[in-house]
Design a protein around this ligand. Structure first.
Ligand code: ADP
Ligand code: MG
Length: 387
C-alpha cells in the first residue's frame, strides 16, 4: 500500500475520478463527500494525507482544516487543498489554514500523484523521526536512571568501606590506651594485694586513667568529625586536610612500622568539600599502607608532599610497596578494579570523582622507584579558609 488517504469533495464525479486513479496507483483512498463525515472518518482512522476540496456546502475546506489542526492526534496530517479556481486569494488562505500543498481543477493525473507521493513520503519520515525521538528519549531516561542507581550503589559501598576503615583505625588508635589502662588496673590490683596502695597512689592512678579515657573519647570525636558529610563547599586549607587524613591513619601506620615523611606547604587553599578531599587523601594513604603490608617490605615508607606549582596545588603520594601491577595501571580508577581478596575496588574511583567533580582537579597514577606514585593537582583558591 502506497499510502492511506482521505479524499473529501462534494462533487461525486471529482471524488470518483480522484479515488479511481489513486486506487490504481496503489493507494488506499477513502472518498468522503462532506465535512462532518470527513472529521469523523479521520478521527476513527487517521489517514497519512488528506485531499480537501475548498468549496463545499456546509463546512468548507478551510473550516475542516482548522478543526483538524485543533486535534492533537490529527494536527500533523498533511492537507492538500483542491479548488476549481486558481484564485490567488484561495491559495493564500489555504496555506494560512495549515495546508501543505494546493491542486487546481481540472487536474493532471501525474501532478496529483506526484504531489500525493511527496506528502506521503514526508509524512512517513516525520512519523519515523517522531518514533525515533521517542525511543531515544526513553533510552536516555533509562540510561540516566541506571546511572543514578549505579551512583547510589557506589556511594553506599564507599560509605561502608569508609566505615570499615574508620573502625579499623579506631582499633589501632585505641590499642595503646587500652594497654595502658590494663597495666594501670594490674598495678592497682597488685598494690592493693600487697597492701601498698596509698590514697595518694590510688588518686594518681585514677587521674592517669581518666586522662587516657579522655584521649580515647577525643579520638572518637575526631573520627566522627572526619566522617561527617561536609556542610557545603568552602575555601579550605589543603595541607590541613592532608594532615587530618594522616592523623586518622597515624596509629595504624605506626603499629605497622611504616615511616611517614611529609613536606606540606602551608597556606595553600582550594575551594570545595574539605572532608571529601581528606577522604580522597585517606584512600591514597590506605592503599599505600596496604601495598607495603602486602609486599612484606620491612622498611615501609610513605612520602607525602604538597607544593605550589604553576599556580596549582600539587600533592604527591609515593610509597615503596612494590608498585601498581602493570595490567591494571590503565584502569586503576575504574570502579570495582581490585587485586585484593577483600578489596572493594571503589577507593580510587571515589578519590578520582571527588578530585575531578568536586574540586575540578586531576589525579594520575604511575609507578616510580620501588612503589606507586600518585599525583593530585588542584586549582588554588583565594580567600579565607573556614575554621
Ligand atoms: N599504592 C598502591 N600500590 C600498589 N597498588 C595499588 C596502590 N593503590 C592502588 N593500587 C591497586 O589499585 C587497586 C584499586 O585500588 P582501590 O580502588 O583503592 O580499591 P581496593 O583498595 O579496594 O582494592 C588495588 O586493588 C591495587 O591493586
Ligand atoms: Mg583502596
Amino acid at each position: 500500500m502506497n499510502g492511506n488517504l482521505l479524499i473529501v469533495d462534494d462533487t461525486p464525479a471529482t471524488l470518483k475520478l480522484l479515488s479511481d486513479f489513486l486506487l490504481a496507483e496503489g493507494y488506499l483512498a477513502r472518498p468522503i463527500n462532506n465535512g462532518e463525515l470527513a472529521l469523523r472518518s479521520a478521527a476513527l482512522e487517521p489517514p497519512e494525507v488528506i485531499l480537501l476540496d475548498i468549496r463545499m456546502p456546509g463546512m468548507d475546506g478551510f473550516e475542516i482544516c482548522r478543526r483538524l489542526k485543533e486535534e492533537e492526534r490529527l494536527m500533523e496530517i498533511p492537507v492538500i487543498f483542491i479548488s476549481a479556481a486558481s484564485d490567488l486569494e484561495d491559495k493564500v488562505k489555504a496555506f494560512q489554514a495549515g495546508g501543505v500543498d494546493y491542486i487546481t481543477k481540472p487536474f493532471q493525473r501525474e501532478e496529483v500523484i506526484a504531489r500525493v507521493k511527496t506528502q506521503v513520503a514526508l509524512s512517513r519520515s516525520r512519523q519515523e523521526m517522531k518514533r525515533l525521538n521517542e525511543t531515544l528519549e526513553q533510552r536516555v531516561c533509562e540510561e540516566v536512571a541506571k546511572n543514578r542507581e549505579q551512583d547510589f550503589i557506589l556511594n553506599q559501598q564507599s560509605r561502608l568501606a569508609a566505615m570499615g576503615q574508620m573502625i579499623h583505625n579506631i582499633a589501632h588508635q585505641w590499642k595503646q590506651p587500652i594497654n595502658a589502662l590494663s597495666i594501670m588496673l594490674g598495678n592497682l590490683k597488685e598494690d592493693y594485694a600487697a597492701r601498698e596502695l596509698s590514697p595518694e597512689g590510688f588518686g594518681e592512678t585514677l587521674k592517669q586513667a581518666r586522662s587516657v579515657l579522655e584521649r580515647m573519647s577525643a579520638t572518637i570525636d575526631d573520627f566522627c568529625n572526619f566522617f561527617r558529610p561536609d556542610r557545603g563547599a568552602s575555601v579550605f586549607d589543603i595541607g590541613h586536610a592532608v594532615e587530618q587524613a594522616l592523623s586518622i591513619m597515624a596509629a595504624s601506620l605506626k603499629n605497622h612500622q611504616i615511616e611517614v615523611v611529609t613536606s606540606v606547604a602551608a597556606g595553600l587553599r582550594a575551594h570545595g568539600y574539605p572532608n571529601q578531599f581528606a577522604h580522597a587523601v585517606l584512600n591514597l594513604i590506605a592503599n599505600a599502607k596496604e601495598a607495603i603490608q602486602e609486599s612484606e617490605m620491612a622498611d615501609g615508607r610513605i612520602e607525602i608532599r604538597l607544593v605550589e606549582e604553576g599556580g596549582k596545588g600539587r600533592l604527591t603520594v609515593q610509597d615503596n610497596g612494590g608498585g601498581i601491577p602493570e595490567e591494571i595501571l590503565a584502569k586503576i580508577f575504574d570502579p570495582y578494579v581490585t587485586t585484593k581478596t577483600a578489596g572493594s575496588g571503589i577507593g580510587l574511583y571515589m578519590t578520582k570523582m571527588i578530585i575531578e567533580r568536586n574540586l575540578q582537579g586531576a589525579i594520575e597514577a604511575a609507578n616510580r622507584d620501588d612503589g606507586a606514585f600518585f599525583i593530585v593537582s588542584l586549582p588554588l583558591a583565594s580567600g579565607e579558609p573556614m575554621p
